[in-house]
Structure formats: structure tokens, C-alpha cells
Write a protein that binds this ligand. Structure first.
Ligand SMILES: Cc1cc2nc3c(=O)[nH]c(=O)nc-3n(C[C@H](O)[C@H](O)[C@H](O)COP(=O)(O)OP(=O)(O)OC[C@H]3O[C@@H](n4cnc5c(N)ncnc54)[C@H](O)[C@@H]3O)c2cc1C
Length: 403
């Protein structure tokens, strides 16, 4: 954050030994005469130079205004931000409750779900049945559909009031818009797209693990000095919490001031994408196409197989970038994470960025003419051959067996 130039060289102490220059991974330090200077355009405030300076000539200043809205001492409890569509809780919220319950039990604190909408009291009960101890609801017609302004203002307000220590949200279209806004308003950190979350036994901090550097390493991130610790999790990474209709919990109805609901954006209409086949994140069976399909026209072959199996059409980024299939079908690091019972990869090479989005599928079948294609390393069943011969034969056999 360039605005926080909170590191400085104490010139009276600096002897120009250059030890800090070697320690800086960002090349942000340079010599001017016999003194070290900081290039603030390069400095990320990582602090690697500070411990290398034997003369205590580098100082990290804590600027006023960089405190979190929730203090370390006060923060308590695990929250999940539930999502609703047409006042119906979306399944990603149940996945968050499953992981949230585990974390709350480990910390011996309450699990709270937050749900905004126009008429969501009934649904709050479902969140309790799936593991929440408390549900905070805010009802208003303006909150019927997600809108970044009112949603982030209202949730910030209730976070400041109740001061949770951990907040989990879906890495969905809504979560990706909402949670960074909360992080800025609350002055805290956020780890996006986590694939694993656990509590560190010693420090009791949230260990937030996510793929980094194109999926080649897994990075575990901690938010040590700010609260709440916030993480988004992709849909289908965790299993849904099981329903127990006997569970009891508390529903808290929060009223918010009308100022928080003000927005400059007028929501005129919501147009649903018309899908001939089912939505990929909810599908039990996905037939996915890659560049091996050859052209936009040939996608019909994949659609036919998906229809025959009552499944959805997935795609690699190559064919989404080529404009053959809409983005909503893309599987992978920059697309959706899916976890169907059956994933059939047709003409997909299996680069890491694709695999991170589908490798937890129950059964993977790969059809590829190259026996060395990396997709075969994750496939349970591999068919080496031309998809234009294999897929029509498959469709024929499925159709004749269902007659
Ligand atoms: C930051 C970043 C993010 C990315 N995010 C994603 C992502 O979210 N999702 C994603 O998919 N990719 C992503 N990519 C791109 C990824 O690296 C690959 O380029 C892409 O997945 C390759 O797509 P493909 O397998 O369809 O194409 P290719 O790699 O070109 O593979 C085509 C395959 O089809 C096979 N084939 C050809 N003809 C036939 C035939 N007739 N019958 C059978 N097999 C045939 C070939 O043997 C080959 O294995 C990302 C890349 C970067 C750098």
C-alpha cells in the first residue's frame, strides 16, 4: 500500500554497510552517497531489511488510522456470510457452515451466520439446522438482491458491533465483490480462494491455504495483527454441512439506519443466463471440452453427450478465450471449481490451471489422442484416441441402453 510509507531510514544511525540492500527481495533499497534510501514505488513493507540492520537504522512506523476496526483483544467467534437468491439460501453457505463449525468447535466459540435479504427469517432456521448457533438477519427490500454499497455498509456495521475473529465467505461472484470491500472498510486482511482452512494449534490463528504461482505451490497465510481474519472459499471445495432439524439456535434481527442502505447504483433488472444444460457448479456429471474439439461448431458434440448423461458442459480456458463457449462454463483456476461425481475431459491436455478446478471430482475420465497428456495422471479411466470417433460411439451406446 503505497500510501502507507511507514518505513524509514534513520540517517543518523545508518553507516552505509549495505547489509539491508542484499536482504531486500524487491530491490527497493539503494545507496545515495553513504546512506541507504528507500524506493517507495518498489517497497512492499515486508520488513525483511529491518532484522538485517545491526545498527537499528530502519524503522517501521505504525501510522494512526491503520488499526483494524475490530481489536485483537475483543475479537471472538466465527462467522460465515450466507448468500441467498430470491430469499433462498445458496448451497455455498452450507459448505461454509461445515468448515465454520469445525473451526468454531476447535476454538470453543459460537458459529454465527449473517444473512441479508428482504424476507429471510424462514431461511435463518435452515442455517441453524446446518450448524449455526446464531443467525443475524437484516431484512429490507433494498437487500433483496446483492448490491455492493448497501451490503458492504450493513455488514461492516454489524461486524463493528459484534466483533468476530474469523469471517468466511464464498469465493462466488457476490463474495468476490463484497469481501474485499469489507477488508478495506475494516482495515484487515483477506485471503481469497482458499482450498484449506484450519486453526494453528499453538497460536490459535486461522491458517488459510490457497494455490499460488499458478497452482504450483500451496501458500499458507496468517493474518496475525488484524481482525477479523477473513477468507473466501470456492464453491464445492468443502462438503455441505448435514441437516439436523432438532438443532436449536438464536435468530437476531438487526435493524440498520436508512443511510447504510443508500446506493448510487440503480438495479434495473436481473437477467438469468439461459442454460440448455445444467449449471456446472451444481452438476453431478460434467462433460468438458478443450481445444481438441477443434471448432465452435463441434461443441454440439459435447452438448449432445452432456444431454445424454443429464449433465452440464464444462470447458477449458482455451476454448472460452476463443469465444467458443461462455465464461460461465470455464473450469479451473480462473474459472469455476467443480466437484461432480463424474468429469469427462474431452480433448483437454490437463494443465495445472485446469486441474485445480476439477481434480477433486469423484471419477475422472479423460479422452485424449496423446497418451502422454498430463490429464491422464489425474484420470481414473483414460481413453487414448480420437474424440470424434469415441464420443459419437458413447452417445449411441448411452441412447440405445436407455431405450
Ligand atoms: C494465470 C492462468 C490462469 C489460467 N486459468 C485457467 C483456467 O481457469 N482453466 C483452464 O482450463 N485453463 C487455464 N489456464 C490455461 C492453461 O494453462 C492451459 O493453457 C489450458 O487449460 C489448455 O487448454 P486445453 O487443454 O483445452 O488446450 P491444449 O493444451 O491445447 O490441449 C488440447 C488437447 O487436446 C488433445 N486433442 C487434440 N485433438 C484431439 C482429438 N481429436 N481427440 C482427442 N484429443 C485431442 C491434444 O492432445 C491436447 O492434449 C490458465 C493459464 C494461466 C497462465
Amino acid at each position: 500500500m503505497k500510501v502507507l510509507k511507514s518505513i524509514r531510514i534513520l540517517e543518523d544511525k545508518c553507516v552505509g554497510c549495505r547489509a539491508c540492500l542484499d536482504a531486500c527481495p524487491y530491490n527497493a533499497l539503494y545507496m545515495q552517497g553513504k546512506k541507504v534510501k528507500i524506493d517507495y514505488d518498489k517497497c512492499t513493507l515486508c520488513g525483511a531489511c529491518i532484522s538485517k540492520c545491526k545498527f537499528e537504522a530502519i524503522e517501521m512506523q505504525k501510522q494512526a488510522g491503520f488499526e483494524s476496526a475490530v481489536s485483537l483483544k475483543e475479537a471472538m467467534g466465527v462467522w460465515i456470510l450466507a448468500e441467498q437468491k430470491n430469499n433462498k439460501v445458496q448451497s455455498v453457505s452450507y459448505e461454509l457452515l461445515n468448515k465454520g463449525r469445525e473451526l468454531a468447535d476447535e476454538l470453543k466459540v459460537d458459529l454465527t451466520a449473517v444473512l441479508l435479504g428482504s424476507s429471510v427469517k424462514q431461511e435463518a432456521q435452515c442455517l441453524i439446522h446446518r450448524g449455526a448457533d446464531k443467525v443475524i438477519i437484516v431484512e429490507n427490500t433494498i437487500l433483496n438482491h446483492y448490491q455492493s454499497g448497501p451490503y458492504s455498509a450493513v455488514i461492516t456495521e454489524i461486524i463493528k458491533k459484534y466483533k468476530p475473529e474469523i469471517i468466511l465467505a464464498g469465493a462466488t461472484t457476490i463474495g468476490r465483490s463484497l469481501v474485499p470491500r469489507l477488508a478495506i472498510k475494516l482495515n484487515t486482511g483477506l485471503t481469497a480462494d482458499c482450498t484449506a482452512l484450519e486453526i494453528d494449534k499453538k497460536s490459535k490463528l486461522l491458517l488459510q491455504t490457497r494455490p499460488a504461482f499458478g497452482g504450483n505451490i500451496m501458500a499458507t497465510i496468517m493474518c496475525q495483527k488484524h481482525r477479523p481474519q477473513m477468507a473466501t472459499v470456492r464453491h464445492k471445495v468443502f462438503a455441505e454441512a448435514k441437516e439436523d432439524e432438532n438443532r436449536k439456535g438464536e435468530i437476531i434481527e438487526e435493524k440498520v439506519s436508512s443511510e447504510l442502505l443508500n446506493t448510487d447504483i440503480i438495479l434495473k433488472d436481473i437477467i438469468e443466463e439461459i442454460e440448455e444444460t445444467v449449471n456446472i457448479t451444481e452438476a453431478d456429471i460434467i462433460v468438458a471440452a478443450g481445444r481438441g474439439i477443434g471448432s465452435r461448431e463441434n461443441i454440439t458434440l459435447i452438448e449432445e453427450l452432456a444431454k445424454a448423461l443429464n449433465g452440464a458442459v464444462g470447458a477449458s480456458r482455451s476454448i472460452v478465450d476463443a469465444g467458443w463457449v461462455p465464461y460461465s462454463h470455464q473450469v479451473g483456476q480462473t474459472g469455476r471449481t467443480v466437484c461432480p461425481k463424474l468429469y469427462i475431459a474431452c480433448g483437454i491436455s490437463g494443465q495445472i490451471q485446469h486441474l485445480v478446478g476439477m481434480q477433486s471430482s469423484d471419477v475422472i475420465i479423460a479422452i485424449n489422442k496423446n497418451p502422454d497428456a498430463p490429464i491422464f495422471k489425474v484420470a481414473n479411466y483414460g481413453v487414448v484416441g480420437d474424440l470424434f470417433k469415441i464420443i459419437p460411439a458413447l452417445i449411441k451406446s448411452i441412447q440405445s441402453s436407455s431405450e
